[in-house]
Design a protein around this ligand. Structure first.
Ligand SMILES: Nc1ncnc2c1ncn2[C@@H]1O[C@H](COP(=O)(O)OP(=O)(O)OP(=O)(O)O)[C@@H](O)[C@H]1O
Length: 251
């Protein structure tokens, strides 16, 4: 049997910023194929945790392994697609088409000044089709709606054919109907393309559906593989430190 290492293996990770403790003793694993939600209150350290995984912040102490390799020696960054939090807020005057923005996802593989190969071209078209933005190909990114831009940014991350996709708050400024369709799309990608997905969400309802693991981040980290447990009122109240009322419905 082929040994398949964890995508992320984090051990006793601590992070301080300007003397303030942001994350304390975080320990968890993410396995291939997971569909994992990261939740927690504002300022709890969710984005910081992702930035630490991506090497954009340096841990104060602790160990991070990516695909079984210590982060210090890890070089295969194109295996990880990242969509940061504010990508939906592209400047309206940004003069690039959807095709060009998605094409930027290939830079890590070929370099900014390399020529686009036929492999690049088909990866770009496939990513646009997967995210349902192929018909917007020639539109300027600045003229799209928030939901359309968000799908373009995911297509850009997918263009490099990553093994794992990390999405920071996918639904900022998106209406509820589009949010629902968006999560369905993520879940379909996870199932059909075997793409592992980690996403930060404030939409607690999402974690009741189909999540393989929940990371609750509020300086300390609580890991659960049973989302139904986390969604209980008493647990939500305890985690967020404020009374919570959880209403379950059929959808
Ligand atoms: N660039 C920065 N400089 C200084 N402090 C920062 C910086 N970025 C984040 N922080 C602080 O670090 C802590 C964790 O922030 P982080 O953005 O990781 O939280 P979060 O859980 O993602 O929050 P939100 O849900 O509001 O996006 C907060 O106290 C925040 O104010």
């Amino acid at each position: 049997m082929k040994f398949s290492p964890s995508l992320f293996d984090v051990n006793n990770l601590n992070f301080e910023r300007h003397g303030n403790l942001v994350l304390k003793g975080a320990t968890f694993q993410i396995l291939p194929g997971e569909y994992c939600a990261i939740i927690g209150p504002n300022g709890g350290g969710k984005t910081t945790l992702i930035r630490l995984l991506l090497g954009l912040e340096k841990p104060t102490s602790g160990e991070i392994k990516l695909f079984g390799t210590s982060q210090k020696r890890f070089r295969d960054w194109n295996r990880i697609g990242y969509v940061p939090q504010r990508s939906a807020l592209v400047d309206g005057s940004f003069p690039a088409t959807v095709r060009e923005v998605v094409g930027m996802g290939r830079y890590a593989r070929r370099g900014i000044f390399g020529f686009e190969s036929s492999e690049d071209k088909s990866a770009i078209v496939e990513a646009m089709e997967l995210m349902g933005v192929a018909d917007l190909s020639d539109r300027l990114i600045g003229n799209l709606s928030g939901g359309q831009r968000q799908r373009v940014m995911i297509a850009r991350a997918l263009a490099s054919n990553p093994d794992v996709l990390i999405v920071d708050e996918p639904n900022t400024g998106i209406d509820v109907e589009s949010q629902h369709r968006f999560y369905e799309l993520l879940r379909t990608l996870n199932r059909t393309k075997k793409l592992s997905i980690l996403f930060i969400t404030h939409d607690i309802g999402v974690i009741a559906e189909d999540i393989t693991r929940v990371l609750f981040v509020n300086q300390t980290l609580l890991v659960s593989q049973n989302p139904a447990e986390v969604v209980r009122c008493d647990e939500m109240s305890r985690l967020y430190g404020t009374p919570a009322h959880v209403v379950c419905h059929n959808h």
